[in-house]
Design a protein around this ligand. Structure first.
Ligand code: G4P
Length: 546
C-alpha cells in the first residue's frame, strides 16, 4: 500500500465517513486496459515486457514460453510457483509508478472468440499493437470496431522497428484511412531495421538512442536532448538530416496530441519501438498512467453508476469453464464498477434476486507479493460458481440495476448440429440452451425445420462446445457446414410486419437462446437484399444481454 493511500485511510476510531475518499483515491490510481492486435504483431512479447517493468516477473521469456507451450505443464507450474506468479491468467494486475494496472488478455489466434470482444467491454482503454512491417491487419480492424462502441481511448504502438518496416508516414496514413482514427505521433523513428537508431520524442524534444538486445527491466536507454544537438550530427549525420525533414513534415501534416480528443476515442497517440528489445515500452506504460482514463461512470438501466460511489457494484463479462469433467466449476470474471469489494462480503446476484456470500474469490495479481482482500472499480475478481452466473449478470449490495453495454456480437462462423444418438435430443437441447446462455456459443433455432444452427466469432468455439457437450451432458454431437454466412438480430415496431417476415423467410429466420429474433443470411448480397426488401425492420450486428 502506498503512503498516500495509507494517509487517506481512516485512523482507528476516526469516522467511517472518510472511506469515500479512500475509494476515490483507489479509483484514481487504477488503469484497466486490453491489448488489441493481429496475431504475431507482438502482443505476448509486449505483455511480458510490461510485466518485467513492474517487477511482476524477473525473467524474459516467461510469458512467451507459456504461449508456445514449450514447457510441459508441470515445468510450467514449477516456474509459476518459484516466481510466485501466474502469467497464465487472463487478467494480470501489477503496479507501476504507484498505479494499479489491470491488463486484460484479449485471446487471439485460434482462441479468438466472443470473449475477445467482450473483454473490451470491461476495459477503460486499449493498447493497439501494430506490426510496422505489415500495417493494419484484419483482426485489428474488428477489435477496433468493438472499442469504438464505447469510444474507448486507444494508445498505438508501432512494433518491430528493428526490422525493415513500411514508411512511417504511410503507416499513419493507413491508420487514419482504414481505422478512421486521428493519429498524433508522440515518438518518431530514426531509421529502421539495421539502421534503426532510436526515436525522437516530439513532445519532449529528445532522442532516445536504440541499442539492440536490451532485455533489462529498467529499459533505461540513453537520452540526447534536442534535435539540434551537435552530438547527434556526429553520431549519424545522414539519419539526422532525414529526421529533421520528416519531423517538419509530421508537424505540418499530422495532429498534435490532444488529451481530450484521445479520451473521446477520436485520436490515438502513436509510439514507435521494438517490444522484443524493450525499446519504447516504458513510454507506453507512462502514456497509460499519465493519459489513459481511470475507471469512469458506467451505464446501467436505472442510472449511471460512478466508480467512487460507496456501495459495491459490478458485472460479469466472461465465464471460464473448467474443461475437466471431474470439476464442473466455472469462474465468472466480474469487473468492479463501484465501491469496495471485500472478501467475505454479501452481494446480491440481481438476475436471480439471490444474496450470496463471496468467501472464495480469485484475484489476479501478476506478482503474489500480497494476497488481495479487496478490490475497487476497474479491478477484476473471479467468482467460482456452478453454472448459475451468466455473462451480463449484474451484482450490487441490494440496489436493483442492470449494467448495459455488454453485447453479443453477430457470429462469423456457422455450423449445424446433428447427434449420433437421437435419444439424446433432450440433453442436446438442454446443453445448448445452457452453453448459449453462458455465452460459449450462440444457438439459433430456425422458425421452420428442425435444424439447430450454432454461431461463433472464432472456430475454436465449436471444438470447445463439442467437448463440453460430451463431457458435461453426455451428448456426442457432430457439427456440419451450413450455407449460412452471417446473422443479424431483427427488430421492428409493427408486429404484423414481423409475423410476415417470419412466415416469408422461415428457414432463415431463427430465435436465439434468449428468444431474440434473428435473420440468418446466406451471403452479404442476400443480407443486403433482405434489408432492402424489409425497410420497416432494423437489422443489428450486436444485441444486448437480456
Ligand atoms: P502475438 O502475441 O501478437 O502473436 O506476437 P508475439 O509476441 O508472439 O510475437 C510474434 C513474433 O514477433 C515472435 O517471433 C516475436 O519474437 C516477434 N517479435 C515481437 N516483437 C518484436 C520486435 O520488436 N522485433 C522483432 N524483430 N520481432 C519481434 P517468432 O519467430 O514467432 O517467435 P520466436 O521464435 O522469436 O520466439
Amino acid at each position: 500500500m502506498s503512503d498516500d493511500i495509507a494517509a487517506a485511510l481512516p485512523e482507528s476510531g476516526a469516522s467511517a465517513a472518510k472511506a469515500p475518499a479512500v475509494i476515490a483515491r483507489e479509483v484514481q490510481r487504477r488503469r484497466t486496459f486490453g491489448i488489441i492486435s493481429h496475431p504475431d504483431a507482438g502482443k505476448t512479447t509486449l505483455t511480458e515486457k510490461l510485466l518485467l517493468f513492474s517487477g511482476a516477473i524477473q525473467m524474459a521469456g516467461t510469458v512467451k514460453a507459456r504461449k508456445s507451450g514449450r514447457h510441459a505443464t508441470s515445468d510450467w507450474m514449477e516456474i509459476e510457483k518459484q516466481r510466485g506468479i501466474s502469467v497464465a491468467s487472463s487478467v494480470m494486475q501489477f503496479e507501476f509508478r504507484d498505479h494499479v494496472i489491470n491488463l486484460l488478455d484479449t485471446p487471439g489466434h485460434q482462441d479468438f472468440s466472443e470473449d475477445t470482444y467482450r473483454v473490451l467491454t470491461a476495459v477503460d482503454s486499449a493498447l493497439m499493437v501494430i506490426d510496422a512491417a505489415k500495417g493494419v491487419e484484419a483482426q485489428t480492424i474488428k477489435l477496433l470496431d468493438v472499442c469504438r462502441m464505447r469510444n474507448t481511448p486507444i494508445v498505438t504502438f508501432m512494433n518491430k522497428l528493428d526490422r525493415e518496416t513500411r514508411d512511417p508516414l504511410e503507416l499513419l496514413d493507413e491508420l487514419e484511412s482504414v481505422l478512421k482514427i486521428q493519429c498524433a505521433p508522440v515518438t518518431w523513428p530514426i531509421g529502421m531495421g539495421k539502421n534503426f537508431r532510436g526515436v525522437y520524442h516530439l513532445l519532449r524534444d529528445e532522442i532516445m538512442l536504440f541499442r539492440a538486445g536490451e532485455e533489462k527491466a529498467d529499459g533505461a536507454f540513453e537520452i540526447v536532448k534536442g534535435i539540434d544537438n551537435p552530438r547527434l550530427a556526429e553520431m549519424f549525420p545522414l539519419e539526422i538530416e532525414q529526421l529533421k525533414t520528416e519531423v517538419e513534415l509530421v508537424h505540418g501534416a499530422s495532429h498534435p496530441f490532444d488529451l481530450e480528443q484521445f479520451l473521446a476515442g477520436v485520436q490515438t497517440p502513436v509510439f514507435f519501438g521494438s517490444a522484443i528489445n524493450n525499446f519504447g515500452v516504458r513510454e507506453i506504460l507512462s502514456a497509460l498512467v499519465d493519459w489513459a482514463p481511470a475507471p469512469r461512470p458506467r451505464n446501467a438501466t436505472v442510472r449511471d453508476v460512478a466508480p467512487d460511489e460507496q456501495p459495491f457494484t459490478g458485472f460479469v463479462f466472461k465465464i471460464q469453464a473448467n474443461m475437466d469433467p471431474a470439476h464442473r466449476d466455472r469462474i465468472a470474471f466480474l469487473r468492479v464498477c463501484s465501491g469496495r469489494f471485500e472478501r467475505g462480503m454479501k452481494v446480491k446476484h440481481l438476475r436471480l434476486g439471490r444474496e450470496i456470500k463471496v468467501s472464495s474469490v480469485v484475484t489476479f495479481m501478476a506478482s503474489s507479493r500480497e494476497q488481495v482482500e479487496e478490490a475497487y472499480a476497474g479491478d477484476i475478481i473471479g467468482l467460482p460458481n456452478h453454472g448459475n452466473m451468466q455473462i451480463g449478470d449484474s451484482f450490487s449490495e441490494g440496489e436493483q440495476l442492470v449494467f448495459t453495454g455488454i453485447p453479443y456480437f453477430a457470429p462469423d462462423f456457422f455450423r449445424s448440429v446433428r447427434i449420433r444418438n437421437p435419444l439424446k435430443i433432450k440433453q442436446l437441447h438442454k446443453g445448448l440452451q445452457q452453453l448459449g446462455e453462458e455465452g460459449a456459443v450462440q444457438v439459433f433455432k430456425p422458425v421452420q425445420g428442425s435444424d439447430i444452427i450454432l454461431g461463433a466469432v472464432g472456430v475454436l468455439q465449436f471444438e470447445v462446445v463439442a467437448s463440453r457437450l460430451l463431457n458435461e451432458y453426455g451428448v456426442d454431437a457432430v457439427f456440419e457446414g451450413t450455407s449460412i454466412s452471417s446473422a443479424r438480430w431483427v427488430s421492428g415496431d409493427d408486429k404484423r410486419v414481423l409475423a410476415d417476415f417470419e412466415a416469408a423467410l422461415g428457414h432463415n429466420v431463427a430465435y436465439d437462446a434468449a428468444g431474440n429474433l434473428a435473420y440468418l443470411a446466406t451471403s452479404n448480397v442476400n443480407l443486403r437484399l433482405t434489408q432492402e426488401r424489409w425497410p420497416k425492420l432494423t437489422f443489428h450486428a450486436t444485441r444486448e444481454h437480456a
